[in-house]
Design a binder for this molecule. Structure first.
Ligand code: SF4
Length: 237
């Protein structure tokens, strides 16, 4: 006798299957997320980025210069630059060639120099020489994308933004903190799910963790403070 499948049961079946995720697809529970951030915060109560800057304008310039470059390399180049320049007007005075003389050790320095001159000009024309706080205004500046705007809004203005770079993307997907196929999905999930109280520091904790512990190759699971909650199948414990 064939079993009659009601419309209701047929609708329910796929949902039940979807809920049972493969090991590599599991995500942390709200309690797990809370515990993971508590452990990261206990290990580094006041996380901060590694780019050097002297004010909000030089922070913006440093972040623009850091695309596809190391913070260390950018700091080396900006040491002399920021001793001389601290405002858009001073940058325009220095000029593009003058700027290039400082940053030629950084990858893509020509296009970055063009962007820094362009954004400095626009800051004067549209914002009285100040760095705006809004995402739309920031992203309208040359060389400033969503990630750069998020970093500046977080670091300079205390906004609870989470910029997702390659490190944050890897840590989230590996640990199951949140899972997403691209940086925008991961960012939206983080904004939604990072527990209150940890939103301001989340960006730094995740970047530093990815850079120094949960490295792309050979993650240092043995000395990882969040290994207890990490769902990475290949973690070494
Ligand atoms: S346990 Fe290993 S894989 Fe998991 S977060 Fe820590 S370093 Fe990364």
């Amino acid at each position: 006798m064939t079993k009659k499948v009601t419309k209701k049961a047929a609708k329910k079946a796929p949902a039940k299957r979807a809920a049972k995720k493969a090991p590599g697809q599991r995500e942390l529970s709200a309690r797990g997320r809370e515990a993971m951030f508590a452990a990261l915060a206990a290990a580094d109560p006041e996380p901060r980025g590694e780019l050097n800057y002297t004010n909000t304008y030089t922070l913006l310039v440093a972040v623009v210069l850091s695309a596809q470059a190391t913070d260390k390399g950018v700091n080396k180049a900006t040491e002399g630059l920021f001793a001389r320049v601290s405002s858009p007007a001073e940058m325009l005075e220095l000029g593009e060639e003058g700027l290039i003389a400082h940053i030629r050790t950084i990858g893509l320095y020509r296009s970055k120099a063009r962007n820094v001159m362009g954004l400095s000009r626009l800051l004067i024309e549209r914002h009285g020489g100040e760095v705006p706080r809004g995402a739309a205004e920031l992203e309208a500046l040359p060389g400033v994308g969503r990630k750069t705007a998020s970093v500046v809004r977080n670091v300079a203005f205390g906004e609870e933004t989470v910029a997702v770079d390659t490190h944050v993307f890897r840590v989230c997907n590996r640990t199951g903190l949140v899972r997403g196929g691209n940086v925008r999905v991961v960012e939206d999930l983080l904004v939604e799910r990072v527990p209150a109280g940890y939103r301001r520091g989340a960006h730094h904790w995740l970047i530093l963790h990815g850079r120094y512990v949960c490295r792309a190759r050979r993650p240092l699971c043995g000395e990882c403070v969040i290994k207890r909650w990490c769902l990475y199948d290949a973690k070494e414990v």
